[in-house]
Design a protein around this ligand. Structure first.
Ligand code: PLP
Length: 442
């Protein structure tokens, strides 16, 4: 990055005044349009991460989104949670109309300001509904940064020395490239799915309220089960033990995987579905969708849960515009087409770049796992960091899985409005950079 006096000054001031929970990248971002964002020097970056793991689904400054937010700001910005607003009803109804599987036209929705809040809502509701207290999640999953959700994030709380939430357990995720059970995904008997029953029976006190999972692990590195039968086993196990199935689609939801919900792609039947990130496409919004058959009047009329800013009218207006745009422009089809193109290019790259060990995911939600050696599969952690840093210098932004993964998977999730030319340019940068880093390795 070329640094002007102004940007140097801002970086210093940031250090002096701002608390960060994430190491700062030395870039002062000022604006963006579509799949491009710009820094204070006027340098352009292709946003292959939609800023934060898939947030800006419609790209930066989408005119329909800007118009909706402006129009709402001119009406009213905040309304007491106990009052009724048309925006809350409209978005809840729209979500019900597009919900996956048996949730279609059969959900009630609670709105909050982000993913962690929405997951907490799901956990709290599952516990209150079932009268049980324990929860099971997956190794390498990510569900948020509050104390309760963090306990469902791999080893993170233990590593930071923070307390773990009591009664929360983790079982092995499906990670076919590095199967924990040494099985081949084509012939395995889905040992990873069967772990749920073992854990309920032998790892808990039998007081399990919910099992929570992402259809494709986002932060963990884009691993997913080898076939849909995994989810059938999970659901049957949940039903057998009276455990609610919470599906966290904070990253996978709303078109990115080639379907509106990854739950449709993988034929998952959630009891509770969680959405955020793309739902506001940049406005703070989260939704916890509960199957209506699980709702009782007491939960609709009693005070059991509130976030002051949850379902702010502006965020809701944004959510309505996001869903209307996805439906009008059939953006999930675009995600599927661009995803196929991207995957093809990555597979071609794999032939000339031994650093690439695995390519996985769906639609434009792809993970590229880097290894030092394809035989040993030793994770190429420093190399992944270098590839990311070098690409950023060249004007391409994407993520790398840190907590709770191994730190060697490039996470590619551009906005659904990215153009074919931008995809090509991004892949040219990645291709060239992989070559440079490989050269340094030898
Ligand atoms: C799958 C998943 N669930 C929950 C969250 C938490 O969302 P937030 O950071 O908005 O609280 C995230 C954030 O990355 C996520 O990826």
């Amino acid at each position: 990055m070329t640094e002007s006096l102004k940007s140097k000054e801002l970086l210093e001031l940031d250090k002096k005044y701002v608390i960060r929970g994430w190491p700062a990248k030395p870039i002062v971002v000022v604006d963006g349009e579509g799949a491009i964002f710009r820094d204070i020097e006027g340098k352009e970056y292709i946003d292959f991460f939609s800023q934060s793991a898939g947030v800006t689904l419609l790209g930066h400054r989408h005119p329909k989104l800007v118009e909706a937010v402006k129009a709402q700001a001119e009406k009213i910005m905040h309304v007491f949670t106990g009052f009724i607003t048309e925006e809350r009803i409209t978005l809840a109804k729209k979500l019900s109309e597009i919900a996956p599987g048996k949730m279609r036209n059969n959900i009630h929705t609670f709105f909050s300001s982000g993913g962690s809040e929405s997951v907490e809502t799901a956990l709290k509701y599952a516990m209150l509904k079932t009268g049980k207290r324990e929860v099971i999640g997956l190794w390498m999953a990510y569900h948020g940064a509050t104390l309760a959700t963090m306990t469902l994030v791999g080893q993170a709380p233990r590593r930071l020395g923070l307390p773990s939430f009591p009664g929360f357990h983790l079982i092995p995720c499906a990670y076919c490239y590095r199967c924990w059970f040494g099985k081949d995904p084509d012939t395995c008997d889905l040992e990873c799915a069967r772990q749920l029953e073992y854990e309920i029976r032998y790892g808990t006190s039998g007081d399990v309220a919910a099992f929570i999972a992402e259809p494709i692990l986002g932060a963990g590195g884009h691993q997913h089960p080898p076939r849909n039968e995994y989810w059938k086993i999970i659901k049957e196990t949940c039903d057998k033990y009276g455990v609610l199935l919470i599906i966290d689609e904070v990253q996978t939801g709303l078109g990115r995987t080639g379907r509106i919900w990854a739950s449709e792609l993988f034929e998952i039947e959630p009891d509770i579905l969680v959405s955020s990130k793309s739902l506001g496409s940049g406005m703070p919004l989260g939704a916890t969708m509960v199957k209506s058959d699980l709702m009782e009047d007491q939960w609709l009329s009693r005070q059991w849960h509130v976030y002051t800013y949850g379902g702010s009218p502006i965020a809701l207006a944004a959510g309505i515009a996001v869903i209307n745009t996805i439906l009008e422009e059939k953006l999930w089809e675009r995600a599927e087409r661009l995803g196929n193109k991207l995957r093809k290019r990555l597979q071609e790259m794999m032939e000339s770049h031994p650093l690439i060990g695995d390519i996985r995911g769906a639609g434009i939600f792809l993970g590229v796992e880097l290894v030092k050696d394809r035989k040993t599969k030793k994770p190429a952690i420093e190399e992944a960091e270098k590839v990311q840093a070098r690409c950023l210098e060249k004007g391409l932004w994407f993520g790398v899985n840190l907590y709770p993964g191994w730190g060697n998977t490039l996470k590619l999730k551009p906005p659904l409005v990215i153009t074919d030319e931008q995809v090509d340019k991004a892949m040219d940068i990645l291709d060239e950079t992989l070559g440079e880093v490989e050269e340094q390795m030898h």
